[in-house]
Every structure is written in structure tokens, then in C-alpha cells.
Write a protein that binds this ligand. Structure first.
Ligand SMILES: Nc1ncnc2c1ncn2[C@@H]1O[C@H](COP(=O)(O)OP(=O)(O)OP(=O)(O)O)[C@@H](O)[C@H]1O
Length: 246
């Protein structure tokens, strides 16, 4: 499988503390990957590096084919290149409808000059309906986002990210605060999204990770401790000691 993102030997220190330590990570163009690890393992810092928020002291971060260095781009350029990030807390406009939130996300996808003259068109209404359907909100288009359940807000935000047509989606702890039914729908959604793009899910909830049914990367002290199927990594004595056995 061709790699979409190739992270090679990155390290970063904060005040002399090595938060990321010679970390390497590859993901293919249509692949779902779970990233797990104890608190402070470097999961957030890893995503910060991929999105350009934090610069590594060493290493390479290569993107696409022919590959380009993400380290030469700023956060906005990386987002435009196709890296979308979903933070743990949903950040939707609560007093706007689901349709209005998705329409705004489509608008944000235009370049600054196109936005000047941009008006919602029939084409954009069709796209908004498609995005809503993709994240299971087809029957919620006219509802105020503030009235949605926590899980539905998370799906709406994923829909807003999809408006930007990302090739890689980074999703931070989606299961937190969701009901069991919402979690099940979210694993189905993430698995479907990963059929046509790369999706990295950082998650602590092991039942959720099991349902994702994908390759798992275990981080510890800023490095990859183990990688493989969930069964493979959960049998690894080092993983049991630093993460599961506590
Ligand atoms: N800006 C910063 N300045 C100083 N230390 C930092 C900074 N960012 C992260 N760290 C440290 O780097 C380490 C890795 O943090 P990070 O947030 O990436 O871990 P994590 O795996 O995401 O943890 P959690 O599961 O708790 O979210 C931690 O020890 C953290 O305190």
C-alpha cells in the first residue's frame, strides 16, 4: 500500500523534556489506524506536528505522491493540502442549524477571493444534504445544532471537516461522552470514511478501538512501543506493563 503520510524519525523537546522521541509512522491512502497509549505518551503532540502546530526538532514528515515535506508548510497550507483535524470537544455554531453549519464549512473551503462573491447555490444545498447523509444527520438538517445530542454534534463536526475533502482525518477521542449506540454508529462512520481516505483515531476506550477493527499503534514516551492488530499489541508484555496493566 502506498503511504499518504510518512513520518520519519521525528523528535521534539519542550524545555529539555523529549515529548516525541525518534517517532516513525506511516499511513496509507485509504486506511484506518487507532493510536493508543498512556497519558503523556505524545499522542496530541504527534498530531500537533502533523498539522503544523508544533515543529519537530528532528525528522521528516512527508505527504502525498510525489511526496512533499509538511514541515515546509504552515498550518493553513497543511489544512489545504488535505489534513483535517477533529478535536475532542465539538465546535459547531450552536445557534445555527445543521444545514447552516455545513454550508459555512463548504464556504470555508473556497479560496479567499471566491468567498467574497460566494452565495449558497442549489449545488451547495445538494452537497450539504450529501454531507448530512454521510454522517447520519439527513433528517436533522433544519434543527439547531445546540439541540443535537453530544454524539450528533461530533458527527456534524466530522461532516464540516468532510466539506473540506480531507485526504487524512485526525480524530481525537471521539468516544468520550457518547452513548453506547452513538459509539457504535461512530465506529461504523469512521470505518466507512476510511474506505476512501486515511483516518487516524486517538482513543483510550478499548472497546471502541476493538470495534474499529484496524491496525493499532501504541505510543509510549514519545515513541512507537508496538504496532499491529489489537490482539497482537494487547498481548505484548511491554504494552501490558505501561498501558493495560495499570
Ligand atoms: N507545549 C508543551 N510544553 C511543555 N510540555 C509539553 C507541551 N506539550 C506537551 N508537553 C508534554 O509532552 C508530553 C506528551 O504530551 P501529549 O499531550 O502529547 O500526550 P498525550 O499522549 O496526548 O496524553 P493524553 O492522553 O493525556 O492526552 C507530556 O509529558 C506533556 O506534559
Amino acid at each position: 500500500m502506498r503511504s499518504l503520510l510518512e513520518v520519519d524519525g521525528i523528535s521534539v523537546s519542550f524545555d529539555g523534556f523529549r515529548a516525541i522521541n525518534n517517532l516513525s509512522f506511516n499511513i496509507g491512502e485509504a486506511e484506518l489506524r487507532a493510536v493508543i497509549g498512556p497519558n503523556g505518551a505524545g499522542k496530541t503532540t504527534f498530531m500537533d506536528i502533523v498539522t503544523g502546530k508544533t515543529r519537530p526538532d528532528e525528522g521528516r514528515v512527508l505527504w502525498g505522491e510525489p511526496s512533499k515535506s509538511l514541515l515546509k508548510m504552515n498550518e493553513a497550507q497543511i489544512a489545504r493540502a488535505g489534513v483535517g483535524r477533529k478535536f475532542q470537544r465539538p465546535t459547531v455554531f450552536e445557534d445555527q442549524t445543521v444545514a447552516a453549519n455545513l454550508t459555512m464549512a463548504l464556504k470555508a473551503n473556497r479560496n479567499p477571493f471566491a468567498v467574497l462573491g460566494w452565495r449558497p447555490s442549489r449545488g451547495s444545498a445538494v452537497r450539504v444534504a450529501e454531507l448530512a447523509a454521510e454522517v447520519g444527520l439527513a433528517d436533522q438538517l433544519d434543527r439547531k445544532s445546540g439541540e443535537l445530542s453530544h454524539g450528533q454534534k461530533q458527527w456534524l463536526e466530522i461532516g464540516m471537516l468532510l466539506a473540506q475533502e480531507p485526504r487524512l482525518l485526525l480524530v481525537d477521542e471521539p468516544a468520550a461522552g457518547m452513548t453506547l449506540a452513538e459509539r457504535e454508529q461512530t465506529t461504523t462512520l469512521l470505518r466507512r470514511l476510511a474506505e476512501t481516505r486515511a483516518v487516524v483515531v486517538v482513543e483510550h476506550d478499548m472497546d471502541f478501538v476493538r470495534r474499529l477493527d484496524c491496525k493499532v499503534t501504541v505510543l509510549h514516551q514519545g515513541s512507537v512501543l508496538a504496532e499491529g492488530s489489537l490482539d497482537h499489541v494487547t498481548r505484548n508484555p511491554d504494552v501490558i506493563e505501561v498501558y493495560l496493566g495499570r
